[in-house]
Design a protein around this ligand. Structure first.
Ligand code: PEP
Ligand code: MN
Length: 264
């Protein structure tokens, strides 16, 4: 179902109000790793909207490596995302970790994010396959291209064909970056599949200084979109501060991305 043999026109995820993923534009999703409080969320939403992002990200259910780390605000966080959407008109994407939270997450979000850790959670994939809601499926941190595409097949096989793929880097022997960003997977998957493929240089590198150059590279290889973490005060972030862009650098990134897409 993911392959060009099945469908000859590129899949475009239409979120309404002119916001699309997989169309001719590079769609930018931006926002904090975690929803932390109303002020942080609204401030970030205003900044990213102003700079030209179309979709607001923010985790309310967080898959943290340590059980002692901040786990997210749950439904309270989802409400803050919805409030930011109301104020700015941005669409919203947030992670769903568990079957039991499907209803509450769907109530607030425009796109369901399935994180790297759940890419092969087949029970979850089958359940979201039954929904009428766009899904963004992140590549597992040790997943091959084939495993990633087969995970998308699990969703589509249940009837939901509104799938976006997101490259977020894979584990290698390197220690200087959080993951190794696999930029070649973007054109490769686009050659195999009609689904839109976006890039997450924040998790792909783990370092804010690398986010702008790697995002530029992702745009240059033809990514359908970019997901990037932005925080008004990264030094105080409850998760992923070291890889979050400050507002000024996010504005700079948006300028550079338009220069690249305009010249392609
Ligand atoms: C995230 O987007 O904040 C996240 C947890 O990403 P990943 O699943 O790619 O690690
Ligand atoms: Mn994060």
């Amino acid at each position: 179902l993911t392959s060009w043999n099945f469908k000859q026109d590129k899949t475009v995820i239409d979120l309404g109000d002119g916001v699309k993923v997989g169309g001719n534009e590079l769609t930018v999703m931006a926002g904090p790793c975690s929803v932390e409080n109303e002020e942080q969320m609204l401030e970030t939403a205003r900044v990213v909207k102003e700079a030209g992002a179309k979709i607001l990200r923010g985790g309310a259910f967080k898959p943290r490596t340590s059980p002692y780390s901040f786990q997210g605000l749950g439904e309270e966080g989802l409400k803050l995302l919805a409030k930011a959407r109301e104020e700015t008109g941005l669409k919203v994407i947030t992670e769903l970790m568990d079957i039991e939270h499907i209803d509450v997450v769907c109530k607030y979000t425009d796109i369901i994010q399935i994180g790297a850790r759940n890419m092969q959670n087949y029970a979850l994939l089958k359940e979201i396959g039954k929904l009428d809601k766009p899904v963004m499926l992140k590549r597992g941190m040790a997943a091959t291209i084939k495993e990633w595409l087969l995970a998308a097949e699990y969703v589509m096989n249940e009837g939901n064909h509104q799938v976006i793929l997101c490259e977020r880097g894979v584990r290698t022997f390197g220690e200087e970056t959080r993951n190794t960003m696999d930029l070649s997977s973007i054109p490769l998957v686009q050659q195999l599949s009609h689904l839109p493929v976006i890039a997450d240089p924040s998790h792909g590198t783990g370092r804010w200084e690398l986010v702008i150059p790697v995002a530029r590279a992702a745009a240059a290889v033809g990514a359908d979109g970019i997901m990037v973490e932005v925080h008004p005060h990264p030094e105080n972030a409850l998760s992923d501060g070291p890889q979050s862009l400050k507002p000024d650098n996010f504005r700079l990134l948006m300028d550079e991305l338009s220069a690249i897409t305009n010249s392609l």
